[in-house]
Ligand binder design. Structure first.
Ligand SMILES: O=C(O)CCC(=O)C(=O)O
Length: 260
């Protein structure tokens, strides 16, 4: 599929997201799904209570805890494949670096409701969030492995602050809940094979309800101050690097770590 990098970059800068339908083939998705399902089953067994009661995602998928050498190499090769790197390079035109992976699923606990947030709200107080959204942001590449209701995003909020309704909902104040509808929200239904790219700091939520499994890759611009968020165990080791066709995304992170 022909990619217009300039157009994707403009779209991302203006709206905070873009979606490419049918970007991955059935073969690409079924081979990725096989590895991810293996991880998910093992993770579920080890985190039984957490899974039953409160979980809606797992992380550190490329780490050594649940997957062996060959499966990890497969994942690293998918994450840094030519196809994925075309998109990463379109969004981050300087030096992109790998941060982490997360896996989003439908929560078992029906009390858990899909909630609006900006990722930065878990690390920063409100005054700092206002500043942080003006700076370099982490980019999520969401790769759904099954059809799902997808994500709901508030276009433009990667660069602009909340209006009153958004802030009340996100903060759960003035009688609002973080799962309340937002009049500015835009639903993006996703099917297996689609790719959604969005800014972690825009106002967003995952939409629960279908038996979803979505892999999120998180990448950042090397000029951003994010290297402390990277877990060493989620990077390839020397042996694995030899098996990765284009390891620059991981090598860029390693170089930042070495300087930190
Ligand atoms: O899909 C979800 O449940 C939430 C997704 C999300 O918040 C994220 O990808 O940052």
């Amino acid at each position: 599929m022909a990619i217009n990098a300039k157009q994707l970059n403009n779209e991302y800068n203006e709206q905070g997201y873009f979606v490419i339908r049918n970007y991955f083939s059935d073969e690409e998705i079924s081979s990725l799904r096989a590895v991810i399902l293996k991880f998910h089953q093992r993770w579920q067994q080890e985190n039984h209570t957490f899974y039953q009661q409160e979980a809606f995602n797992s992380s550190l998928i490329t780490g050594s805890q649940h997957l062996g050498f060959n499966d990890r190499v497969k994942l690293f090769n998918f994450i840094s494949s030519t196809k994925v790197m075309k998109i990463v390079d379109a969004v981050i035109t300087a030096i992109p670096a790998f941060m982490n992976t997360q896996l989003f699923f439908n929560p078992v606990n029906p009390e858990l409701k899909d909630f609006w947030h900006r990722d930065c709200q878990y690390d920063y107080e409100v005054d700092d969030q206002i500043k942080v959204i003006q700076e370099t942001q982490v980019v999520h590449l969401r790769i759904p492995l099954f059809d799902e209701y997808g994500m709901e995003l508030v276009p433009g909020t990667h660069k602009r602050w909340d209006n009153e309704e958004e802030f009340d909902v996100r903060q759960e104040q003035n009688g609002k809940l973080s799962s309340d509808p937002l009049s500015t929200g835009k639903k993006i239904p996703l099917a297996a094979g689609d790719l959604l790219v969005f800014s972690a700091d825009m106002i967003h939520r995952g939409l629960y309800g279908l038996d979803r499994l979505a892999l999120d890759m998180l990448v950042f611009d090397s000029t951003g101050d994010y290297v402390d968020y990277v877990d060493d165990d989620c990077l390839p080791d020397e042996q694995m690097l030899k098996e990765i066709t284009d390891p620059r995304l991981f090598k860029n992170t390693m170089a930042l770590k070495a300087m930190a």
